[in-house]
Ligand binder design. Structure first.
Ligand code: ZN
Length: 129
């Protein structure tokens, strides 16, 4: 399953960078995923949760930024959104010599970590009545 191997790769990369941190340190991992990368977001979310278990990423949320597919015509330079499934012939000159300029991204944008120094202490319940 494509999403599972992708999720494992992301977790290994972040886990390797934060190896000495306690579990639960990572709050959010933000990924850039191209529209044409062949990734099903729901499947990636599910796989990510499984891949995080037993690592410093346990309990972390995955945020996916979808990058729309874009192509550029080689002969005339026109650029258009490919859509999905991708449309790769030029709307201006009808050439099929197009190059993808966006939409195949698969990369970690950022990792948000909890700040353990600012966790508020619980309010005493005895003063409530
Ligand atoms: Zn063209």
């Amino acid at each position: 399953m494509h999403e599972m191997s992708l999720a494992v790769a992301v977790v290994e990369q972040v886990d390797g960078a934060l190896r000495d941190e306690p579990p639960g340190t990572v709050e959010t991992v933000r990924l850039q995923v191209g529209e044409l990368a062949g990734v099903v977001p729901d499947a990636l979310h599910f796989s990510f949760t499984l891949a995080c278990e037993g690592t410093v990423l346990e309990g972390a949320a995955l945020h996916i930024d979808t990058v729309p597919g874009r192509a550029r015509c080689t002969p005339c330079g026109a650029e258009w959104a490919t859509g999905m499934p991708p449309r790769l012939h030029c709307p201006d000159c009808r050439s099929t010599a197009a190059a993808l300029v966006a939409g195949r991204e698969l990369q970690i944008v950022s990792v948000h970590r909890a700040d353990h120094g600012t966790v508020p202490a619980p309010t005493p319940a005895s003063e409530e009545n």
